[in-house]
Write a protein that binds this ligand. Structure first.
Ligand code: ADP
Ligand code: MG
Length: 640
């Protein structure tokens, strides 16, 4: 039998290699930007169209290439960066595989213009799908420009695989940010469809970080500096109170290269131990320098993972230096006797006058008579409704009914303690820090006059509500049930389009990064149907003057942040599923959490609210909301 093995033609090999190097427009952006940095450019322009799908262009003022190199750079394994295998252990450049240009040229239309400083004239090359179309001598400025058009023009399957422009743009943005953060001494500009996204003059780390993230970032940063024999750590971590729901702004750079490392991330989190609210994530921008021969960058094709020789030592140093910074800048909690107690009072109550509790003695009180006859006893002082009417802003009702008429047991000064488990004092101790947005669900529901003669529901473990029913009992998961209730409410408001909103006395000014702003812009119409009113949104901030009735002011930023993090992977295209995503996300952030104490009335409303839902059986996230136990089942257990 004749032999069947053949060497693949170069253009086929390149196309296959391209699969590894180029997954999407953002990969091209990364490779071209890194080449420009390696070429020692001090000024780099990134220009893209349609999220990079139709054009990615990078123009630099670096060293450029002579005619021979200009031709050769498109060959596979053509690199000026290493000469022998040993060079891999002392890398000072981003690239070294010599694969990027060959791969990109195999799957796109590419145009290159390049000139070295000392040369009179430069070289202009056009190459399409690995085929050289033309090569000319041209009058050019010093440096190199690569334009990559029609990515995947010859691999329709890959092209169809690309996500929406929003998603692809986010990826491009990520790559741009990573390179721009690592090299603050380079002037970067970035244009998308003709509009300027960034113009970042050469600066230091702090200014670069602020330039890339939103304007409010500066005040959130705490510097970290540590120099040891095996590592130099520089950069910034954010103060714990600015920790976010999502992990969007966490950056490690090792020798000016963005890397991902679960291990080092863990070291950072360990430094924040005890300072963060559960599940929240601190932003960090950490620039590590280590001797090149102590790392191996070669283990991942896109080079975002690296191996360190002495991981444990790095872990310890990183954790200690961040801990030190957080302590030094006084952001760790300390006992502060001079502290103005007003600052600790939740916003709702801050400006209200304290009311002196009046003691009323009820001469007719008889502990042995029916509860109902004593109800008036708890209606302490008369004007007491003011506090609770504020807190009922958090109620899940979609109207203001009951807003001012609430004069109920938890009126007046007692309402300051709404949400605290009075019968169970250790719950107070168990949470030494209270966070603003945790004061969320102070009062969950409208107070329709509920028959209070017998307690119909019990809360167990601050997690489940147990209630007897005809056939036995029902056990409701409080968090999931509330998610279901809110989800249906939001969806109804959005689809029927009649959500009312509460006007804010002082509009909220919220700051976001430009990629987040882009998402917000796209979500605006849907958010408006839930009751948000946007006064202004430009550059890096939005001004919100109205919010849905079932949200409190302090929850707004939390809700939007959660929404942005839920939409990381792109906004669903149809407005139906867009509404659905928003309703789910808002239900998730606003629902009462496991671990919250609910008053009897809240428990009752929760159970009733759940069973008034269209689909009470499952949470919006497809988890069961309640289970039932029949008396027979219980009987059986006792029969054993
Ligand atoms: P690598 O970066 O791994 O060496 P590439 O395929 O990205 O491989 O680039 C091949 C070579 O082309 C580089 O080694 C470099 O010599 C040259 N080159 C690429 N881009 C530029 C640029 N912007 N300016 C100058 N030279 C460049
Ligand atoms: Mg390269």
């Amino acid at each position: 039998m004749s032999s069947i093995i053949q060497l693949l033609p170069d253009h086929v090999a390149n196309q296959i290699a391209a699969g590894e190097v180029v997954q999407r427009p953002a990969s091209v952006v990364k490779e071209l930007l890194e080449n420009a940095v390696d070429a020692k450019a001090t000024d780099i322009k990134l220009i893209i169209k349609d999220a990079g799908k139709s054009l990615v262009q990078v123009i630099d003022n670096g060293v450029g290439m002579n005619v021979t190199d200009a031709r050769l750079c498109f060959a596979r394994h053509a690199t000026s960066k290493i000469r022998q295998a040993e060079d891999l252990f002392s890398l000072g450049t981003k690239g070294f595989r010599g694969e990027a240009l060959a791969s990109i040229a195999a799957i796109a239309h590419m145009e290159m213009k390049t000139k070295q400083d000392q040369d009179e004239l430069g070289t202009h090359i056009i190459i399409e799908g690995s085929k050289f179309i033309s090569q000319e001598v041209a009058v050019l400025p010093k440096g190199t420009s690569f334009a990559v058009k029609n990515l995947f023009f010859n691999i329709p399957a890959r092209r169809n695989f690309l996500k929406s422009d929003t998603v692809e743009f986010r990826h491009v943005m990520d790559e741009f940010q990573r390179v721009a953060l690592a090299h603050p001494n380079i002037h970067f500009t970035f244009y998308h469809n003709g509009s300027e996204m960034y113009n970042l003059p050469a600066a230091g780390y702090r200014q670069r970080i602020v330039g890339i993230m939103s304007g409010k970032t500066n005040e959130k940063l705490v510097p970290v500096n540590e120099d040891t024999e095996i590592i130099n750590v520089q950069g910034f971590v954010c103060k714990p109170e600015f920790a976010k729901k999502n992990r969007g702004e966490q950056f490690f750079f090792v020798n000016d290269r963005f890397i991902k490392s679960g291990y080092l991330h863990h070291a950072v989190m360990a430094a924040y131990d005890g300072l963060l609210k559960d599940g929240s994530q601190p932003s960090y921008f950490l620039f590590l320098q280590v001797p090149p021969n102590t790392i191996d960058i070669n283990i991942h094709p896109t080079k975002t993972e690296i191996k360190f020789d002495d991981e444990q030592a790095l872990y310890a140093i990183l954790r200690a230096s961040i801990k030190h910074s957080l302590g030094q800048f006084n952001v760790s909690p300390v006992l502060d006797f001079d502290r103005d107690a007003n600052l600790d009072t939740p916003y709702h109550y801050k400006d209200l006058e304290a009311e002196v509790p009046t003691i009323q003695v009820d001469g007719t009180f008889n502990p042995f008579t029916d509860d109902k006859t004593n109800q008036h006893y708890s209606k302490a002082s008369s004007g007491g409704s003011s506090y609770s009417s504020v807190s009922s802003g958090a109620s899940s009702g979609s109207s203001y009914s009951g807003y001012s008429k609430r004069v109920e047991p938890t009126a007046s000064w007692e309402s300051l303690y709404v949400g605290l488990d009075v019968e169970n004092p250790e719950s107070i101790e168990s949470s030494p820090f209270t966070f603003e947005n945790e004061e969320v669900t102070s009062s969950l529901f409208n107070d329709d006059e509920v028959e209070q003669a017998v307690q119909k529901t019990y809360q167990i473990h601050k997690k489940y509500i147990v209630s007897p029913i005809k056939s036995g009992m029902v056990i409701v998961d409080q968090q999931r049930a509330h998610q279901r209730i809110l989800y249906e409410q939001f969806l109804l408001n959005m689809t029927v389009n009649q959500a009312s909103s509460q006007q804010l006395l002082f509009p909220l000014d919220l700051f976001y990064s430009s990629s987040e702003m882009k998402l917000i812009e796209e979500l605006k119409p849907s958010l408006e149907t839930t009751g948000f009113v946007f006064d202004e949104s430009k550059n890096d901030h939005v001004v919100i003057s109205g919010i849905p009735v079932n949200i409190t002011e302090s929850e707004v930023s939390l809700v939007i942040e959660q929404l942005l993090s839920d939409l990381q992977d792109g906004i669903p295209a149809s407005s139906y599923s867009q509404n659905d995503t928003i309703a789910k996300s808002m239900a998730k952030s606003l629902a009462v959490k496991t671990g919250s104490y609910l008053t009897e009335k809240e428990q009752d409303n929760l159970v009733n609210g759940l069973f008034a839902c269209k689909d009470p059986n499952i949470s919006p996230f497809q988890k069961p909301t309640f289970i039932t136990m029949r008396v027979e089942d219980i009987d059986k257990k006792f029969a054993l």
